[in-house]
Design a protein around this ligand. Structure first.
Ligand SMILES: *Cc1c(COP(=O)(O)O)cnc(C)c1O
Length: 404
């Protein structure tokens, strides 16, 4: 695209009609959809319907009549095209943390002769904590190894049973080449579990093409499913009949309503259900996911990156004291950007006061996210202008205080 004028970019944007489908508080430009997606306008009405009609009127019949029973697989099937999975490989359930707690032991049981789980230093904390918990709570010979990002491929040895990586880094927005890393792990006989929390809905993901083994992802970020929305998990079809869910609850049983004395796993990915699905939360997630129904992820990912590029280019040019801490404009990147500054926390408060909501990650990092459905190029250009105005004001104040 030759033009950099946000008005022209909006005019050419195939997703330009989406931002008005989201509620936007007056005066706010929301650049934190990578942490908690904003409210789709149709979600309150959808929730009211589930509460008053399905629950209030339908009562227990709604488990079947309103499709509550099928919600985890139905919504999973809707998420599948966003991550290059087949419909029957994705299930909505629990949180990312709990899904990791189910999939990690399931994966290790497929590699009983190995003894290392490998992950990246600086990975999202819950991923590492859950590996630690899984290894503590089972009588396993497995141990955790944490390697710097640049050494991950070198640390793949025949001892590594499972490699667990986050596809788009939550802080730096660096992206792994999923197909290349998965292939390198497979050459060593290692299984791979991808955390797609910061990817789904913002960048292109093709689990099938990468031949990924397992994945988890988040419902409350770019999928706009609401605070604490249910997460999802993916199990490649080739592993589905071999893996066991360590939380072998009745909803993952082959026949939950036979009330048998012993557990027998359901066919397919459904065995990774444990307890009853939280239907109100699933309804809000589905309302968010439905907005992606007609979205081509290549188009959405291109837009997310272009929004981030526009923001970075303007901010780095006009506020050079902010240091880029993510891949540069034009490079592959997750849906957000990161900027470092020793006074990041105070800059973020001023940014929020100026109506630009991003977030702060200690000790010195500002993050701004670019959800391709919820933002226009004009929003992002205006946000960049407001942030550079904040920085200009800080410079003036600093100059004044040092000349006094
Ligand atoms: C947001 C996020 C999670 C969230 O985990 P929950 O248990 O669903 O709260 C997990 N991993 C990564 C990489 C994330 O970005």
């Amino acid at each position: 695209m030759s033009t950099r004028d946000p008005v022209d970019l909006d005019a050419q944007d195939p997703l330009a009609h989406y931002p008005r489908l989201f509620h936007a508080p007056r005066g706010v430009i929301y650049l934190d959809g990578n942490s908690l997606g904003p409210l789709p306008r149709h979600t309150p009405e959808r929730l009211r319907e589930v509460v008053t009609r399905e629950w209030g009127e339908g009562l227990i019949t709604s488990w079947n009549a309103a499709g509550w029973m099928a919600a985890p697989t139905r919504i999973g099937a809707k998420i599948a095209p966003l991550i290059g999975a087949r419909a029957h490989e994705v299930l909505v359930a629990d949180s990312v943390s709990v899904n990791l707690a189910k999939l990690i032991p399931a994966a290790l049981a497929l590699k009983p002769e190995r003894n290392v789980v490998l992950t990246e230093a600086g990975n999202f904390p819950t991923d590492v904590y859950v590996i630690e918990g899984a290894l503590r709570s089972s009588r396993t010979s497995y141990r955790l190894e944490i390697a710097p990002r640049t050494e991950i491929l070198d640390r793949l040895t025949p001892e590594v049973g499972l490699l667990l990586l986050t596809h788009a880094h939550y802080q730096s927005a660096e992206l792994y080449d999923m197909a290349a890393v998965t292939a390198a792990a497979h050459r060593m006989g290692t299984l791979v579990l991808w955390d797609l929390s910061h990817s789904t809905g913002a960048v292109e993901v093709d689990l099938s093409n990468a031949r990924a083994d397992f994945a988890v992802g988040c419902g409350y970020k770019y999928l706009n499913g609401g605070p604490g929305a249910p997460a999802f998990l993916y199990v490649a079809e080739s592993h589905q009949s071999a893996v066991e869910n360590p939380i072998s609850g009745w909803m993952g049983h082959a026949a939950p309503f036979a009330f048998a004395d012993h557990y027998a796993p359901a066919e397919g990915v459904q065995r990774f259900l444990s307890g009853s699905p939280a239907i109100l939360a699933h309804a809000a997630l589905e309302a968010g996911v439905d907005l992606y129904a007609d979205v081509d992820m290549k188009t959405a990912a291109t837009k997310a990156r272009a929004l981030g590029d526009l923001f970075l280019a303007r901010v780095l040019a006009d506020a050079p004291e902010l240091e880029r801490a993510c891949p540069p404009p034009g490079a592959l990147r997750g849906g957000h950007v990161a900027l470092a500054h020793p006074e990041a926390e105070s800059i973020l408060s001023q940014s929020i006061a100026a109506g630009v909501i991003g977030d702060f990650r200690p000790p010195n990092m500002l993050r701004y996210g670019f959800s391709p459905l919820t933002l226009s190029y004009r929003d992002v250009a205006e946000a960049a202008d407001r942030l550079t105005a904040v920085m200009a004001r800080r410079r003036t104040q600093l100059a004044r205080s040092t000349t006094l």
